[in-house]
Ligand binder design. Structure first.
Ligand code: SF4
Length: 237
């Protein structure tokens, strides 16, 4: 079965931006489209803001940013948060395994979205509202912004992590089975060590002590370390 990964719809060439344009990024369609089934998501259009629409910005604090219309000052925060929670139910149900987000967007931006105070001054950088919901709900899933994918090494690493995350989920989502976990660990030994010997050592220690952990505790610790290891750029070219 093909692996599903999500992408900000405008990056796939769909004209859904506030001004009716797109932000098509070639490597996403070409490289990722070859390997995965791409699911286009435009939180702003799907929330009912329309295309074209008024530009929105993030205002307030980093912890609780609000999504406000730049001219009308309409507050879209509650609608966007509600939409995001509902969309996450769907994305989890289709076993989403990765996501490409649009940099700088108040909905989709992963980390450097401008956050304004009441006087219109930029306070800090925040995360877009939809991106925040996505990353909180699926914290181990590989997520990148489109700019990073122009670097072939980072693009290759993202693809590798998506495949690895899919294999991990296929083990973890099933009923906890010690034998399957040990097999998974052995099968992935060279992959993990090629990225981080330190992580492999920690994972090995965890597996050696598997009997002392409760299943959920073990799953969480193993999964976190495994995905962290693969984020380290491989020492093998
Ligand atoms: S950045 Fe996100 S919300 Fe904005 S147009 Fe692209 S997909 Fe839609």
């Amino acid at each position: 079965m093909e692996i599903n990964i999500g992408a900000s719809s405008c990056l796939l060439g769909n004209k859904v931006r506030y001004d009716g344009t797109h932000k098509h990024v070639k490597p996403i369609r070409d490289e990722l489209g070859k390997n995965f089934n791409l699911i286009a998501v435009c939180p702003e259009a799907e929330t009912g803001m329309g295309v074209p629409r008024e530009k929105v910005d993030l205002n307030g604090s980093v912890d609780k940013p609000r999504m406000i219309g730049a001219e009308t000052r309409i507050d879209w925060t509650a609608k966007m948060n509600r939409y995001s929670r509902q969309k996450l139910i769907y994305l989890k149900a289709i076993k989403l395994r990765g996501y490409i987000l649009k940099e700088g967007s108040p909905s989709c931006g992963m980390e450097k979205v401008k956050l304004y105070n009441e006087k219109g001054k930029i306070l800090k950088k925040a995360r877009g509202l939809f991106a925040n919901c996505l990353m909180n709900n699926l914290p181990l899933m590989p997520v990148e912004e489109e700019e990073k994918l122009n670097d072939q090494k980072l693009l290759d690493n993202f693809i590798l992590r998506v495949f690895a995350y899919d294999r991990l989920c296929n083990i973890i989502d099933k009923r906890f089975n010690r034998k399957a976990v040990l097999e998974f660990h052995l099968d992935n030994k060279y992959l993990i060590t090629s990225h981080s010997r330190k992580h492999y050592k920690l994972l090995d220690q965890l597996v050696a002590a598997i009997k002392i952990y409760k299943p959920n505790e073990f799953k969480e610790q193993y999964s976190t370390l495994f995905m962290e290891a693969l984020k380290v750029t491989s020492t093998i070219n």
